[in-house]
Every structure is written in C-alpha cells, then in structure tokens.
Design a protein around this ligand. Structure first.
Ligand code: APR
Length: 172
C-alpha cells in the first residue's frame, strides 16, 4: 500500500528516488522551486533540459537528478490560475497523473511533489491540494502498489497544514 506523506521541506534535500519540478513550458529554469532544483542539480540539468524541446502544460518529461540526492527529476508545467475558467484543475491533475505515469515507467519507489502552480502561477492552495490528492489517489486505485511513498513536499507551513488536514479526512 503506497504511503502518502506531507512534510515541510526544501524538496531539493529530499532523498526520494524522484522529485517533481514545477517547471514552465520552456523547461529552461526559472524562479521558485524550479530555480532551487536547477541550482541544486547543477548546470548539467539545464544542458539536459535543452534537449527536451519544452513541455506542454500538464505533461511531464524526465531528466537525471545530477547533483541532487534524487535519481531523477520529472518536470511538469502546471497551469497558470485564471480564476478557474480555463480548466485549471483538470490541467493540474494531469501534472500529477503524467508525473506518476513517468515515475512508474522509471521504477521510482519514492516520489516527491512540490505544491505545483501555487506560487508564481497563483493557483489557490486549498483547491490545488485537493486536486493533487484526488489525482494521486485516482492513479493509485489503478496502480495500488506502484510506489512505497509519495511525498507532498510543502515549502510553506500553510501548505503543510492544508495537506495534513486533507490526509486525515476519511476517504468517502
Ligand atoms: N522546495 C519545495 N517547494 C518549494 C521550494 C523548494 N525549494 N521553493 C519554492 N517552493 C514552493 C512554493 O512555496 C510553492 O508552494 O513550490 C510551490 C510552487 O511555486 P513556484 O515554484 O512558484 O511554481 P509555480 O507556481 O508552479 O510557478 C511555476 O515559476 O519558478 C517559476 O519556472 C517556474 O515559470 C515557472 C513558474
């Protein structure tokens, strides 16, 4: 049974097999967690990303982790929040589903997600966490033993509180 764990941490420090990057469609780095991952992984990451040809919102691409403790990094551009009028929750759910598909293919046993789209992209934190958990649980229904642990690596204490509350709620 896959364990879902919320913790407050810098995702670049997590020794998970795979960490997920809240990227932008260019995959050429940026601020926030994207910037932190590129800084920690080193310049080889940008070189690898340059060969990927970008990535569409909601899709996911994988690179080695380079100088990170993680073996791989899965890059997925989340949606920019436009008030919920442009299928943002559906696109955010695709980030989690497509990242887990790739993680499964690369046989990662522990996977860590940041709170995708909740920073620069302005996605409401509560709805993002609900969307993330729903997408992950949906994936696990079809692949119950795919992973040992899935981490929700919250940088902000407010996000940790949201995830902890949602994880304690009984599944309907
Ligand atoms: N570890 C874990 N989480 C982090 C870290 C870190 N080192 N740094 C920031 N975060 C958190 C933020 O607090 C936020 O909760 O990551 C979440 C996502 O915020 P952003 O990094 O701003 O990502 P996002 O909202 O998806 O916007 C993506 O921002 O950095 C650029 O290149 C990126 O253009 C893209 C856009």
């Amino acid at each position: 049974m896959t364990q879902l764990i919320a913790l407050q941490t810098d995702i670049t420090q997590l020794p998970a097999d795979i960490i997920v990057n809240a990227a932008n469609c260019s995959l050429l780095g940026g601020g926030g967690v994207d910037g932190a991952i590129h800084r920690a992984a080193g310049p080889q990451l940008l070189q690898a990303c340059r060969t990927l040809g970008g990535c569409r919102t909601g899709e996911a691409k994988i690179t080695p982790g380079f100088n990170l403790p993680a073996k791989f990094i899965i890059h997925t551009p989340g949606p920019v929040w436009h008030g919920g009028t442009r299928k943002e929750p559906e696109l955010l759910a695709c980030c989690y589903t497509n990242a887990l598909e790739l993680a499964l293919k690369y046989r990662g046993k522990t996977v860590a997600f940041p709170c995708i789209s909740t920073g620069v992209y302005g996605f409401p934190h509560g709805l993002a966490a609900q969307t993330a958990l729903s997408a992950v649980r949906q994936f696990l229904l079809a692949h119950p033993n795919a992973f040992e642990k899935i981490y929700f690596a919250c940088f902000l204490e407010t996000d940790l509180t949201i995830y902890q509350k949602l994880l304690q709620e009984p599944l309907c």
